[in-house]
Design a protein around this ligand. Structure first.
Ligand SMILES: NC(=O)c1ccc[n+]([C@@H]2O[C@H](COP(=O)([O-])OP(=O)(O)OC[C@H]3O[C@@H](n4cnc5c(N)ncnc54)[C@H](O)[C@@H]3O)[C@@H](O)[C@H]2O)c1
Length: 262
């Protein structure tokens, strides 16, 4: 088995999209994986997709918008595997609206799932990472941790805040060999993106414009994000902490204004 066999991980949002691809990759490389998700059917399917003949994976249903759930799922992961040294916070929701269109209820919903759950899961996990002699936490941000789509204020704010969470936790826990990083994907072909497409009267135009927006000429597959998350969790990233890695097909490198040459 690869060096991933020393990883015992918890993956929030692990039933779908980027979280699922990460669970599959880590499990395939020998890690123990706890999938945490609010969607029970999808969670069961995700678990089944791993094969899991040697019981290196579990599914823990949880609504991470509820603050008390973080302690429970971390405790259940440790109860199942005896330890924890890797955390991926991929649970997230997309909601739309500018400042005037954003109710306090919607704002709170987005913050609870996208930001507060990452804090609470990390806080519950840290004592176990410490006990293990260190570990790695990856928050799933977005290119919208750096820049803003129109009309997505709560989402954009939550994703920007994950950078603060990343840097602050990295600074506070590096001496204990706990690394904290953020992965910032461009557009990824997941159920979340397909839902966004479906809000448009012409879904295919959303897909085409997203492809064109990325200099690489297409959107990402979830597995391409999972590879970078897996790197950050591994000992290969032993000197990487407090940073954000953009996995964005070049979208943040692009500025308009010149004629198209290819
Ligand atoms: N798809 C993209 O283009 C894209 C781009 C940049 C960043 N992201 C981020 O990547 C992460 C994963 O997104 P995805 O595209 O894989 O989406 P997805 O919808 O496929 O997966 C997200 C998962 O989070 C789970 N989840 C949502 N609310 C939850 C809650 N309250 N408790 C527990 N689980 C909950 C969902 O059930 C789902 O399984 C998100 O944080 C998202 O913001 C996605």
């Amino acid at each position: 088995m690869s060096h991933y066999s020393n990883l015992t991980s918890i993956i929030t949002g692990g039933a779908s999209g980027i979280g699922l691809a990460t669970a599959q990759l880590l499990h395939q490389r020998g890690a123990r994986v706890a999938i945490v998700d609010v969607k029970t059917d999808k969670g069961a399917e995700a678990l089944a997709s791993l094969g899991n003949s040697d019981n290196r994976a579990i599914f823990l249903p949880a609504n991470l918008a509820l603050p008390e759930e973080a302690d429970r799922v971390v405790a259940e992961t440790v109860a199942a595997f005896g330890r924890l040294n890797a955390v991926v916070n991929s649970a997230g929701i997309q909601r739309y609206g500018n400042a005037e269109q954003t109710s306090l209820e919607l704002w709170n919903e987005v913050m609870e799932v996208n930001l507060t759950s990452a804090f609470l899961i990390s806080r519950a996990a840290i004592p176990h990472l410490r006990q293990h002699g260190g570990g790695s936490i990856v928050h799933v941000g977005s290119v919208q941790s750096h820049v803003s789509q129109r009309g997505a204020m709560a989402y954009v704010t939550s994703k920007h805040a994950l950078l603060g969470l990343t840097r602050s936790m990295a600074v506070d826990y590096s001496a204990e060999r706990i690394r904290v990083n953020c992965v910032c994907p461009g557009t990824v072909d997941t159920p979340m993106f397909r839902w966004t497409m479906s809000l448009d009267p012409n879904p295919n135009s959303v897909l085409e414009s997203c492809k064109a927006m990325h200099p690489i000429g297409r959107i990402a597959q979830p597995a391409e994000i999972a590879e970078v998350i897996a790197f950050l969790l591994s000992d290969a990233a032993s000197f990487v902490t407090g940073t954000a890695i953009d996995v964005d097909g070049g979208v943040l490198a692009l500025v308009g204004g010149a004629p198209t040459t290819n």
